[in-house]
Design a protein around this ligand. Structure first.
Ligand SMILES: [Zn+2]
Length: 480
């Protein structure tokens, strides 16, 4: 009996359990505890703040951590983990390590500024205010990071081996393959039996610009899989560049500005890459393209340091011809606030891209306030807009005016949505990924709203006759 308990393998989802953000899963094998990601909860301010502040586990009890990619909903609580006593290694690809450094600094900076603002305006309350960590915490936790290559196998401990596979989601993102030899973990000789465990991280899509397609994942016994778009299909990525071309050309012809709210990590680089292709083919007019985001500038620099993550097309189109995809004659990266403000007075056709992606903060709000009432202008949404965000209100045809900085602004500009840039697998990609696992014994679905997750679960059970589990936050589950 004792032996049975010792050998049990357990899983506790501390985040992204029946929701999309806050990814954090704890795998317990023998007496080892391994954390898969440690992300921020995002969404409603008070609810997320409360969930972010306290861990549903003791950070000191974790032996090792694996990070799949640098998005904040997977990485954003790492400095807090460090601050609360975690001292083990954090394994990631080299690109994820460099991106995490930039993103975590930015996250800490925003939190510190936010705290200062709330205090100054007397809005501070215990539940929602106060930075989770400082820029110093974010800098210090980087000492725990251990860089690894794609397809390189390494031991977390004797008996627990990890290999990273390309996820095709953002630069540096991986799927995690674990081989667990329980005998070796317990200090005994191996009898050759190994449990194979997989974690999809955020599963990407084929043919996204810049990065490689998702790798063929090895066969596993148990799998944690994301389910963000479990019930939806995206437009083909090849349609995105044509839509971009059409909207920019039409807007420029009537003398308007094109505003593109975009995430600083990956989406901005993808759009610049496509604009560069369009300009090389002379399919867009000569107009200034302004990247008005210091964070995007920093992230773009990290991209150029990691050519090991690029796909063949990136080499064929740009690097092989000694061209930098992110710099060409039309494009300009602003740095100072003054430069950004000057754009208000600039006239004539231009493209302005700025964060934040959902228009909840950042310089894009200033541009929207100034440009939204001019029918000559266009706004192109290129990413997911969560409920209740300004971005979502822009897309809602029922909403005719939006509030920006305490001022009502009428929606006169043309609003467009290109969903084809999504970095996530859609319904069909997820079905293909799971059905390729022929010997799967149990599937854990995470990182999704219940509607999409249930749809994916139903299709999987009907097709593969396997057990599908949708973990609840903080609940201990037996894997084996
Ligand atoms: Zn992601």
């Amino acid at each position: 009996m004792f032996c049975e308990i010792l050998r049990a393998m357990k899983l506790i989802s501390h985040g992204a359990a029946r929701e999309v953000t806050g990814t954090c899963h704890e795998l317990i094998v023998g007496n080892k505890r391994v954390l898969l990601d440690c992300g921020l909860f995002q969404g409603k301010r008070r609810e997320s703040a409360e969930k972010n502040r306290t861990f549903t586990f003791d950070p000191k009890s974790i032996d090792a951590m694996i990070l799949t990619h640098a998005h904040m909903d997977h990485t954003g609580r790492v400095p807090l983990l460090y601050k609360q006593g975690y001292t083990g290694p954090i394994y990631s690809t080299y690109a994820t390590k460099d991106l995490a450094e930039v993103m975590l600094q930015d996250s800490a900076y925003i939190q510190e500024k936010d705290e200062e603002y709330m205090r100054k305006h007397g809005k501070a309350d215990e539940a929602t205010s106060g930075a989770l960590y400082t820029q110093q915490d974010a800098a210090e936790c980087m000492s725990l990071f251990v860089g690894k290559n794609y397809n390189e196998s390494f031991d977390l401990f004797p008996g627990l081996r990890c290999t990273y596979y390309e996820a095709g989601h953002i630069l540096g993102a991986v799927m995690v393959y674990l081989e667990i030899d329980e005998n070796v973990l317990e200090g005994k000789p191996s009898n050759g039996s190994v449990i194979r465990f997989g974690f999809s991280g955020d599963l990407g899509r084929s043919t996204l610009p810049i990065i490689r397609d998702p790798a063929v994942f090895p066969q596993v016994d148990y799998l944690i899989c994301e389910s963000t778009y479990g019930d939806r299909v995206h437009d083909g990525i090849d349609t995105a560049i044509h839509r971009l071309q059409e909207i920019i050309t039409e807007t420029a012809a009537r003398g308007g500005k094109v505003l593109i709210p975009a995430f600083s990590l990956e989406r901005t680089q993808e759009i610049v890459y496509d604009l560069h292709l369009l300009w090389d083919r002379k399919e867009i007019p000569a107009l200034p393209i302004i990247i008005d985001s210091p964070l995007a500038s920093k992230v773009t620099e990290v991209f150029m340091k990691h050519p090991e993550c690029f796909d063949q097309k990136m080499y064929d189109e740009f690097l092989g011809r000694a061209h930098n995809p992110f710099h060409f004659s039309l494009v300009n990266y602003t740095e100072s606030v003054e430069e950004s403000k000057e754009l208000n007075n600039a006239r004539g056709p231009m493209v302005i891209m700025a964060g934040s992606g959902m228009c909840e903060a950042g310089r894009i709000r200033h541009h929207l306030k100034n440009e939204l009432e001019d029918p000559k202008n266009s706004v192109i949404a290129v990413g997911f807009m969560a409920a209740e965000t300004l971005g979502q209100k822009l897309l809602d045809p029922e909403v005719t005016a939006v509030k920006i900085f305490d001022q009502m602004v009428r929606k006169k500009a043309q609003i467009h949505y290109i969903n084809a840039y999504s970095g996530h697998a859609d319904k069909n990609d997820l079905d293909a990924y799971i059905s390729a696992q022929k010997g799967l014994k149990k599937l854990f679905l995470v990182h999704g709203e219940e509607k999409g997750m249930y749809a994916l679960a139903e299709r999987t059970v009907a097709r593969q006759k396997i057990e599908v589990v949708m973990p609840e936050r903080g609940k201990e589950l037996f894997v084996v």
